[in-house]
Design a binder for this molecule. Structure first.
Ligand code: ATP
Length: 263
């Protein structure tokens, strides 16, 4: 069985024409189905650029992105729009909810885009999702009447309405207090476990990243480290064969022994 969801090959991004800045340097990366992955790295290292290109919100200068073996860098704009709608969910630091609309309406909106009119089934699904994110008693509240953490949970439900295979989250907890941060991260984790949704999360928070299955550290537009975590406390065990290991065992000291996929 092919477990690979995404294959990113030699991705380059150069901004500018006269004065050119190369912000992604031949980035290559494979991401498996159901993986829960964080991208960390200093400010300006290219995390958001990489995420936006994976989400087809920005174009690569060169390189390829295969999503279930189909190269999205070759798609035309209408094909890309439909690819995004069918396969992707987005969660941003600033959730961009429509303030005058209720929580329920905000969740349903992406399905309007997909189906033109919301079906009864989608309406029911939106209510279920709001229950899953713990907002059952807030479905008819306007977005502006909700706390920051609640608004972010609406945004998470909205990202799930079209049953995406992959959710791209850019600093989803960046705007939240520490309690809401933990709750939102736990929620994303639970969604990953329950629906097998693949997650790629850009975060500055190493403590949260350590709770992912896999952490990628970017430095100067390159992947500096790529490791699976033991998910025990905050200790990160470094994977010795970055693109090629699923299982992980503690070695003497802090490093781990990477075992190939099929062991
Ligand atoms: N539209 C743009 N035009 C020119 N340069 C850009 C543009 N967008 C980003 N950059 C530059 O690309 C580099 C990478 O930016 P990016 O936002 O991907 O980094 P990041 O790691 O996500 O940073 P942060 O953690 O601060 O969000 C930065 O030097 C940034 O200034």
């Amino acid at each position: 069985m092919d477990d690979k969801l995404l294959e990113i090959k030699d991705l380059v991004k150069i901004y500018g024409t006269k004065i050119q800045t190369k912000v992604l340097h031949e980035v290559s990366l494979d991401i498996n189905k159901s993986e829960f992955m964080s991208i960390i790295g200093p400010s300006g290292s290219g995390k958001t650029t990489l995420l936006n290109i994976i989400g087809a919100l920005d174009n690569a200068t060169s390189g390829n992105i295969y999503f279930q073996n189909k190269d999205i860098t070759k798609m035309k704009s209408d094909e890309l729009a439909s690819f995004r709608n069918l396969n992707l969910g987005f969660i941003f630091q600033f959730h961009h909810l429509l303030p005058e609309f209720t929580a329920l309406e905000n969740v349903i909106i992406p399905s309007w885009i997909k189906h033109k009119t919301p079906t009864k089934r989608k309406q029911q699904r939106a209510i279920e999702l709001l229950e899953i994110v713990g907002l059952k008693d807030r479905i008819n509240n306007k977005a502006t009447d909700l706390s920051g953490g609640q608004q972010q949970r609406v945004a998470i439900a909205r990202a799930l309405i079209n049953d995406p295979t992959l959710i791209l989250a850019d600093e989803p907890t960046g705007n939240l207090d520490s309690e809401s941060t933990e709750q939102v991260y736990e929620l994303l984790r639970n969604i990953n476990k329950e629906f097998k949704t693949t997650f790629i999360i850009v975060t500055h928070d190493r403590h949260l990243a350590a709770k992912s299955d896999r952490v990628i550290e970017m430095v100067d537009g390159k992947i500096n480290q790529d490791y699976l975590t033991a998910s025990k406390g905050e200790e990160l065990w470094h994977c010795l064969a970055p693109h090629n290991c699923l299982y992980y065992q503690q070695n003497e000291g802090k490093n781990g022994i990477a075992k190939p996929h099929n062991i």
